[in-house]
Design a protein around this ligand. Structure first.
Ligand code: GDP
Ligand code: MG
Length: 441
């Protein structure tokens, strides 16, 4: 997708006369590419119409950077579609909240319930899981296994067949135990659709959830809109989570889910493991959809942002697969020097939202400085290693003491490192183009 859009825009910039015909050709190509990425036909058509209104042909002709103008317009329109205009409902820590998960069987509900619980547990919440899926054999065992692994209390039954009864009992039990995030996993049986939606309505009525989260598999294609709408019509969906973003799907269905439920996406699932879960951030997501968040884009950004004299060495190291703590240290240093943070990292899914929430740059800077202090207490060997295993428990305690920080803060910093290392590992083996050769968006 990224390739074909790039090509379309490239063609544009090569054309000497920018007229409506060229603009149309370009938009047609982008339209095709977005459809391939599973963006709903109607959304694509509306976007295309809007762009024609927004993009001023005279501006294009006047020698401005044409690629940039069209790119920006497409990008902005897609961001607008993903922003339903109301913020995600926020739950209050310490006050018992009930969150109900809905979605078709196989969409990733049970997995996502645990990820969601685990994410909040790490941030000081007291979550609990209730299995109200009495339809699928083994549903309770699956939830039990996940919950045990994450040390999260769970509730369910092998004998009770009434999902409403289990849901209500589970919610009551955990309210008594002062859990503040009671998560109800539901069935998503395929074939009996009418019965499924009726069941969702009943469980929702019985448990009065503060939030209903619709879970959708990113690879379901053009079916996304109808599916999301069907759930929305039976329960008050308030947020969306898109799963399996680690696969091949570009995730265009996400736009449909937002349009159909009029609810924001709050997280994306990026793998089967508990911690493969990211706070959703519109901009990197759209970048990815357009192919702008790809590796050549990343290289481009590095070339824009990292001081010239450091570029060759950094790119070389990254292409060799060496993302070390020292590199992270140096990049924090760069970002602190540059003021406005996060240009390189803002393209990376997960990192920008977690590390640099918009409008909280001061906090992020403080965090970078804190991390750097901890890294100052590390040995050269540790800073230059790509194997985090050499940081044993005793070393972590030593580093904490040496930098006057807490052990869990050091662990948090190392977790951040691992996450970045995983992203940058994709650059391994990459041929580094010279600046100016890039034809990506
Ligand atoms: P449910 O039927 O909606 O409860 O779905 P499950 O939670 O049982 O998940 C169905 C399958 O999808 C399981 O094999 C999960 O491991 C897998 N899965 C869930 N989320 C993700 C994800 O984000 N990425 C990948 N690769 N697999 C996922
Ligand atoms: Mg399930």
């Amino acid at each position: 997708l990224g390739g074909s859009i790039s090509r379309a825009l490239q063609q544009m910039s090569n054309a000497t006369i920018i007229d409506e015909k060229v603009l149309n050709e370009c938009l047609n190509e982008i339209t095709r590419a977005l459809l391939q990425a599973d963006v709903q036909f109607k959304l694509v058509r509306d976007m295309s119409t809007n762009i024609k209104k927004i993009v001023n042909l005279e501006d294009l002709a006047a020698g401005h950077n044409k690629r940039r103008i069209i790119q920006q317009a497409v990008y902005n329109e897609l961001c607008k579609i993903l922003d339903p205009g109301k913020p995600a409902f926020t739950l209050k820590k310490g006050k018992p909240s009930v969150v109900m998960f809905v979605g078709l069987q196989g969409s990733g509900k049970t997995t996502t319930c645990t990820k969601y619980a685990y994410h909040h547990q790490k941030r000081g919440w007291k979550p609990a899981l209730v299995c109200a899926d009495t339809f699928r054999a083994g549903a309770f065992d699956q939830l039990k296994q996940n919950a045990t692994k994450a040390k999260i209390p769970f509730y369910g039954s092998y004998t009770e067949s009434d999902p409403m009864k289990i849901a209500v009992d589970g919610v009551e039990t955990f309210k008594k135990e002062n859990c503040d995030l009671i998560i109800v996993d539901t069935s998503g049986r395929h074939k009996q659709e009418a019965a499924l939606f009726e069941e969702m309505r009943q469980v929702s009525e019985a448990t009065k959830p503060d939030l209903v989260i619709f879970v959708m598999d990113s690879s379901i294609g053009q079916a996304a809109f109808d599916q999301a709408q069907a759930f929305r019509q039976s329960v008050a969906v308030g947020a969306v989570i898109i799963t399996k973003m680690d696969g091949h799907a570009k995730g265009g269905g996400a736009l449909s889910a937002v349009a159909a439920t009029k609810s924001p996406i709050i997280f994306i699932g990026t793998g089967e493991h508990m911690d493969e879960f990211e706070v959703f951030d519109v901009k990197p997501f759209v970048s990815r959809l357009l192919g702008m968040g790809d590796l050549s884009g990343l290289v481009n950004k590095i070339q824009d942002v990292v001081p010239m004299d450091q570029q060759p060495e950094l790119l070389q190291k990254l292409s060799e697969g060496h993302f070390t703590l020292r590199i992270m240290y140096e990049q924090f240093q760069n970002m602190l020097k540059m003021g406005p943070l996060g240009q390189v990292f803002s393209m990376l899914p997960g990192f920008s939202a977690e590390m640099m929430p918009q409008g909280r740059e001061k906090e992020s800077q403080a965090k970078f400085k804190r991390y750097m202090t901890m890294m100052d207490s590390m040995t050269d060997e540790e800073l230059d290693s790509t194997n985090p295993k050499i940081l044993t428990e005793s070393r972590i305690m030593r580093i904490a003491r040496g930098s006057g920080r807490l052990v869990h803060e050091v662990m948090e910093m190392l977790e951040e490192y691992k996450r970045l290392a995983k992203i940058f590992s994709k650059m391994k083996g990459l041929k580094i183009p010279k600046k100016g050769d890039m034809s990506s968006l």
